[in-house]
Write a protein that binds this ligand. Structure first.
Ligand code: B12
Ligand code: SF4
Length: 523
């Protein structure tokens, strides 16, 4: 896949004039986060069609009761002929601080205490209601746009839309154009009235849904980014000053981890931006908005061996720029050589988020993760030797198919091995489960195995479907869930550590061999 040649779409070619003159981008309200995609789209359209007037309406900056009013009044005043909605998050289960959904689900399914279960059922219903109303609220913003600007073209894209496009487009009026994945070229073609059947455009005609297949790819190497221009069309951008901002350094990931849908969103082929362009973008944010912390919003910062030279060049450019920033991202430590580690530290890597997933190589292989645990550990040691002093956030997805008490013990052991490298105070295990996501081979496998109904609805809020989508089956499921319940009670902000301790205790592990097999178990 990585070497396949695809037609490129270059910038600055002679373009037919735009059929649309006034584009209003609407950032649908989510937990506050800078709209990275809108920033790139606005700059891209401005480069290709400077004659078009653009504006960004960020609904997150209004109190909830005022959001609809803000949308209506902006549509009336700005009179867009193209309304472009960006929908980032749907997430039915969002276990983060301030959101107890996973905890309530576990209490409801596994707590031995009837009162706790009853409370979890009540609170769970409240949350389901909240998620449901959040979802429908976003649909209402789009429908209201269609109603208030009947002559305007309406488009919708973004991360959440990309994942649930087939479900969402059915709930929107006919004529709305959805875009799955990157949106630059689909928008330019729409502006120019060119056919979009070689883009991942999704539309509905009656009950029929048509989804196009992308033929080319957006050439992002020298994608334009002018923050001063973005500011000029983005009222209220000040709310993001001094916060963390996402920067995309590349698109795509060649790996095929079975539970991951990033390759569905971004594609398997990797496209890079020039290091100088990325550094320049960071410089603009730092100088104009006082931003010091950045998240490289790539599916994977080092997507394979072929990505290593690009990653090294970017880190070198960042280090040499002396911008004094910190950065973070999703990173495979198995590809961190001593040189890469040194550059990471010198260029300001902040906390590191590593998807270790499991402590068992067999499970990693069955999930098609494409890395060796020894490599991951080696990368960690290289970082430590290079002087890395930040946090290590270790993402585990416990109870994957094939999990046994022995492999669970290996997870604990891998955590302890990383603690030995960095010091336990720096290591934060995060315990997740394999949430079933649409468009993944894990989803297909569970359908084949009869775990999931082939007609299941991925946005369903039915408790039985939710239970299936949080993949945590069998007796080990109960053991892990109980460890989680205890951990939430004892140490909600660092629950992963308690989970590891509890799993170890429940398995009765007195000691674990160097290779990870359990050497002493009480039962
Ligand atoms: C990096 C990332 C993060 C980082 C963000 C860092 C930062 N400060 O920006 C972190 C780790 C913090 C994060 C957190 C979360 N994330 Co996240 N994240 C991503 C990731 C990998 C990339 C997002 C990104 O910025 N991409 C780069 C930009 C340029 O792309 P983009 O914004 O999508 O825009 C492009 C297209 O979507 C399109 N487009 C966008 N808008 C529009 C509009 C129109 C009209 C058109 C035509 C096109 C279009 O064109 C743009 C340019 O090509 C995606 C997965 C992925 N590979 O896309 C998940 C993803 C967006 N995240 C997701 C979720 C759920 C979350 C969380 C809610 C998780 C949680 N439970 O806490 C949180 C909370 C986010 C918040 N609101 O605070 C989901 C959203 C879908 C869903 N399932 O609901 C995704 C898709 C992953 C997934 N598993 O499904 N995330
Ligand atoms: S490496 Fe990361 S982004 Fe790539 S397929 Fe695996 S989980 Fe997804």
């Amino acid at each position: 896949m990585e070497t396949m040649e695809l037609p490129m779409v270059a910038g600055t070619v002679t373009r037919p004039p735009s059929l649309y003159r006034r584009i209003l981008f609407v950032w649908l309200p989510v937990r506050q986060i800078f709209p990275v995609g809108i920033g790139y789209l606005v700059n891209w359209i401005h480069r290709e069609h400077p004659e078009v007037t653009l504006e960004v309406l960020d609904l997150t900056r209004f109190e909830e009761p005022d959001q609809m009013k803000a949308l209506i009044s902006r549509i009336e005043e700005f009179s867009p002929d193209l309304l472009a909605y960006s929908w980032r998050d749907v997430q039915i289960f969002a276990p983060h601080e301030g959101d107890n959904s996973l905890r309530r689900a576990f209490e409801f399914y596994y707590s031995p205490n009837l009162l706790t279960r009853a409370y979890a059922a009540w609170d769970g219903l409240r949350m389901v209601w909240k998620y449901r109303s959040e979802f429908h609220k976003k649909l209402r913003f789009i429908k209201e746009g269609v109603r208030r600007a009947p002559k305007a073209r309406v488009m919708v894209g973004g991360g959440a839309f990309s994942v649930f496009a087939e479900q969402i487009i059915r709930l929107l009026p006919e004529g709305v154009i959805g875009v799955v994945g990157e949106g630059e070229e689909a928008m330019i073609k729409t502006l120019e009235g060119r056919p979009v059947d070689d883009e991942r455009v999704i539309t509905r005609k009656g009950s029929q849904i048509v989804l196009g297949k992308k033929a080319g790819a957006v050439e992002i190497r020298r994608a334009p980014f002018d923050l001063a221009y973005l500011e000029s069309v983005f009222p209220g951008h000040e709310i993001y000053h001094g916060k963390t901002v996402g920067i995309q350094t590349k698109r795509g990931c060649p790996y095929g981890c079975s539970f991951c849908l990033y390759t569905y969103i971004e594609g398997k082929r990797v496209y890079y931006r020039d290091p100088e362009e990325v550094v320049e973008e960071i410089r603009q944010y730092r100088d104009r908005w006082g931003i010091k912390n950045f998240w490289f919003a790539d599916a994977q910062f080092i997507p394979g061996v072929k990505a290593v030279p690009e990653a090294l060049s970017l880190l070198t450019a960042l280090r040499d720029s002396r911008l004094d920033i910190t950065w973070s991202g999703y990173i495979r430590t198995s590809l961190i050589s001593p040189e890469m580690a040194r550059l990471m530290v010198e260029s300001g890597m902040g906390d590191l988020e590593v998807a270790i997933t499991s402590g068992s190589q067999e499970i990693l292989d069955s999930l098609k993760m494409g890395f060796r645990l020894e490599g991951l550990m080696e990368g960690c040691r290289n970082l430590k030797e290079a002087g890395y002093r930040g946090k290590i956030i270790l993402n585990y997805s416990l109870n994957a198919p094939g999990e046994t008490p022995e492999s669970l013990a290996c997870a604990v052991e891998s955590y302890e091995e990383i603690c030995d490298i960095f010091g336990p105070e720096n290591v934060y295990p995060m315990v997740f489960f394999l949430a079933v996501q649409p468009h993944t081979s894990f989803e297909k496998r569970l359908m084949r195995e009869g775990w999931l109904d082939p007609d299941y609805d991925p946005i369903s809020l039915n408790p039985w479907t939710i239970r299936k989508l949080l993949y945590n089956p069998g007796p080990l499921g109960e053991l892990i869930a109980k460890a989680c319940l205890l951990a939430w009670d004892i140490e909600p902000m660092a629950m992963g550590r308690v989970v590891m301790r509890e799993i170890k205790r429940s398995l009765g592990i007195a000691g674990v061999s160097a290779k990870g097999s359990v050497v002493a178990r009480a039962s």
